[in-house]
Ligand binder design. Structure first.
Ligand code: IPM
Ligand code: MG
Length: 365
């Protein structure tokens, strides 16, 4: 039987994850769920951001549905003792090297984008962020050197790490508009020179996909200038972290930004971790106002990439798209003069209600 590990974490994590679990229960009634603590919540209950029992629950499951981690009061802690160590640890331990981050302008949300509607309408891109290497995982240090306090983060890439995420991204591009933009900082960084060389070599195996190289600073600019020009983007861990927040906001809100983290070919169902990319959003946490769409769309990706259930994924995505277009809407999607914003639970109710007719007909049939 299919089991999903639910790791709600901190901030808005528990609220939006609960909404995603409701949707999964409606679409996949035979699925079971096991909840476990992560992040600041786990530091409070277990003294560590990623307790052994949480890892065990994840290992015993087919996929992880993840909320968010982080919180106040940890700023001076060493990285390994912060809530964020939980998500970085899960990615590393399960070898989830490829992170799919779609950014799509949903119909009806054009007015939410900081760009004019005609620039954003039709935007539909995927950022494939390398997730277990690069700047976030290289050796770190903070110590006096020659009497000067010195901090180091190290950007390390091995050729095979670049090659596997490049193959992953070419495969994703092959299933779409066959255009891949590889983002690096080849003019400054030696790691980017290797990145560009390896991606260019992999391209020979995907002659049907057009490959373009772009410097990271230029990519940040081109994304705002013409987001519709992008199809699939592949890039280093930190560049992907930054560009995916930018792309989400251009699409209208980070409240619809879902993600899938995988460790194998995207065409074969495999273990993965699914999370909204927004983080904990402490300013709105616990108020039942966060947009649950990103978590629910992440659940759709879970059905697609870990369960191989394309029909379930498509049903969830259609229900979310319908509610985003017709409402109810959370505050992040409200324009001045709109009806009062809906709560997280009201939006989740509406999405579940959109699923129901299909569920009923398939139960009859
Ligand atoms: C993300 C987040 C995480 C990251 C943090 C919480 C460690 O920003 O998933 O984008 O940097 O990867
Ligand atoms: Mg981020």
């Amino acid at each position: 039987m299919t089991q999903i590990a639910v790791l709600p974490g901190d901030g808005i994590g528990p609220e939006v994850t609960a909404a995603a679990v409701r949707v999964l229960r409606a679409v996949l009634p035979s699925c079971s769920f096991v909840e476990a603590p992560v992040g600041a919540a786990a530091i409070a209950s277990h003294g560590t951001p990623l307790p052994e029992e949480t890892l065990a629950a994840a290992r015993a499951s087919d996929a992880i549905l993840f909320g968010a981690v982080g919180g106040p009061g940890f700023d001076d802690r060493a990285p390994a003792l912060r809530p964020e160590a939980a998500i970085l640890g899960l990615r590393k331990i399960f070898g989830l090297y490829a992170n799919i981050r779609p950014a799509r302008a949903f119909a009806g949300l054009e007015a939410c984008s900081p760009l004019r509607a005609e620039r954003v309408r039709g935007m539909d891109l995927i950022i494939v962020r390398e997730l277990t290497g690069g700047l976030y995982f290289g050796p770190k240090s903070l110590e006096p050197e020659d009497g000067v306090m010195t901090a180091r983060d190290t950007l390390v890439y091995r050729d095979f790490e670049i090659e596997r995420v490049a193959r992953f991204a070419f495969t994703v591009a092959r299933g779409r508009r066959k255009h891949l933009t590889s983002v690096d900082k080849n003019n400054v960084m030696i790691s980017s020179q290797l990145w560009r060389r390896v991606v260019s070599a992999v391209a020979f195996d995907y002659p049907d996909v057009t490959l373009e190289h772009m410097l990271a600073d230029n990519a940040a600019m081109q994304l705002v200038r013409d987001p519709r020009a992008f199809d699939v983007v592949v890039t280093e861990n930190m560049f992907g972290d930054i560009l995916s927040d930018e792309a989400a906001m251009i699409a209208g809100t980070i409240g619809t930004a879902s993600s899938a983290s995988l460790g194998a070919d995207p065409q074969t169902p495999s273990f993965g971790l699914y999370e909204p990319i927004s983080g904990t959003a402490p300013d709105i946490a616990g108020k039942n106002v966060a947009n649950p769409a990103a978590a629910i769309l992440s659940a759709a990706l879970l059905a697609r990439f870990s369960l191989g259930d394309e029909a379930a994924a498509a049903r969830i995505e259609a229900a979310v798209a319908h509610v985003l277009e017709h409402g109810p809407r959370t505050a992040d999607l409200q324009a001045a003069g709109d009806a009062p914003a809906a709560t997280t639970t009201a939006v989740a109710d509406a999405i579940v209600a959109q699923l129901t007719p299909l569920a009923a007909s398939s139960a009859r049939g």
